[in-house]
Design a binder for this molecule. Structure first.
Ligand code: COS
Length: 383
């Protein structure tokens, strides 16, 4: 039976996350967006409150929260500011492969670090010539004596400039396509170079960098999982993190909807608040439906993970629908603001810029559709 009635703990957690978003994030979000300010002090506070690293297991100092818990927190955080929110939640991507397949020693050391201080870790999959096509990556890992040598460059790496360690995917067999990719943990101090800081359209308070590994040497036990099994690990990671993106998209859409509702109640045209005009009401109704369905899809994809079930299809449904919806709702919110929506003073334009990346990172809207098509053509799914 499907039941999304939140427990008292989840309600309290949502309230705490909302409070944090309202008091610590919103007051600075627009200024941070304008200047592209790195939100270290907000990261520090969120870490203190236990709002980061939801997926860090208790045995390594984590809170042991579930995926649904993470989605609940993620929506509120993104309602506050999805740029800062991306910085706060992105450790999840780097943590997931290590939790799934890391050796005990690597888990203790690197997951342990995140529980001891407000540190960041980055997930390094994408390369200039390997975005959606993961198997096209050129970064290599070569075994030399008792070391792995990692050589290559990764782009669009969230939190890359500030990460303490990196989860890196590299070719260990250049001829074997997706069956020649392995996953590694690379500490920053092994000689990692931060190459390029990107200046972005939206989510400007998050950090996006190019990271280069110039023949970086790491110990053999920093291989995560089995050699040449990294591709599946990357896919399993994205299954686990895409519900969180859907939840963040819900938060962005909800923020845009609320701003549009408030404005529509105050803005008078033709003698009445524009909220009285049916054309605006229909827009607001569609926006509200999208927020509602995005949340349900995110919760469902997350709840399946909490039940230990595979959620590849539901994860892509949620990510695709919520990300596209966030963009549509933000565009409609700007439309309801009329000309004012185009002016930075009115804040709603930031949501439209922020929403765009949600349908790009962690797999584009087209890749989600590809996954959905493949999964629904399989007999396993009766949905
Ligand atoms: N869980 C476990 N295994 C999976 C899986 C999943 N979710 N998805 C695929 N696999 C397995 C397949 O079963 C297949 O296994 P075998 O080697 O045993 O045959 C293997 O992985 C290859 O799968 P597939 O043939 O579907 O791979 P493709 O190269 O066609 O890639 C897509 C599939 C396009 C879906 C994948 O590359 C992808 O998700 N790309 C987007 C990457 C992305 O999100 N980038 C953003 C960067 S992170 S911010």
């Amino acid at each position: 039976m499907i039941d999304f009635t939140l427990t008292d703990e989840q309600l309290a957690m949502r309230e705490m996350a909302h409070d944090f978003a309202e008091k610590e994030m919103r007051p600075v979000a627009w200024e941070y967006d304008r200047d592209g300010t790195w939100p270290q002090e907000i990261i520090d506070k969120a870490w203190e409150l236990g709002m980061m690293n939801s997926q860090l297991p208790e045995e390594y100092g984590g809170s042991g929260l579930g995926y649904l818990d993470e989605a609940i927190i993620g929506e509120e955080i993104a309602w506050g500011c999805s740029g800062i929110g991306t910085s706060l939640t992105c450790n999840g991507l780097a943590i997931a492969p290590v939790v799934l397949a890391g050796s005990e020693a690597v888990k203790k050391e690197y997951l342990g670090r995140l529980s001891q201080a407000p540190l960041l870790a980055s997930f390094c999959l994408t390369e200039p010539d390997a975005g959606s096509d993961v198997s096209g990556m050129k970064t290599t890992a070569t075994r030399k004596g008792d070391k792995w040598v990692i050589s290559g460059s990764k782009c669009f790496i969230t939190n890359g400039e500030y990460a303490n360690w990196y989860t890196v995917f590299a070719k260990t067999d250049r001829e074997a396509g997706h069956r020649g990719i392995s996953c590694f943990v690379v500490p920053r101090d092994a000689g990692v170079i931060v190459d390029k800081h990107e200046d972005k359209l939206g989510q400007r308070a998050s950090n996006t960098a190019t990271i280069t590994f110039p023949d970086v040497e790491i110990p053999l036990d920093h291989l995560v999982g089995e050699e040449n099994k990294g591709f599946k690990l990357s896919m399993m990671t994205l299954d686990r993190t895409r519900p969180g993106v859907a939840a963040m998209a819900t938060g962005v859409a909800r923020a845009a909807l609320e701003m549009a509702q408030e404005y529509a109640k105050q803005r008078v045209q033709f003698g009445v608040p524009i909220a009285m005009h049916q054309g605006i009401q229909f827009m607001l109704a569609d926006m509200a439906t999208k927020v509602y369905l995005s949340r349900l899809a995110a919760y469902h994809a997350a709840a399946l993970l909490d039940q230990g079930k595979r959620n590849t299809l539901e994860s892509s449904h949620a990510k695709r629908f919520a990300a596209d919806s966030a963009m549509e709702v933000a565009v409609d919110a700007v439309q309801i603001f009329g000309g004012y929506g185009f002016i930075k003073e009115y804040k709603v334009e930031k949501l439209m810029r922020d929403a765009k990346i949600l349908a790009l990172y962690e797999g584009t809207a087209q890749i989600q559709r590809l996954v959905i098509a493949r999964e629904t053509l399989l007999p396993r799914n009766g949905l």
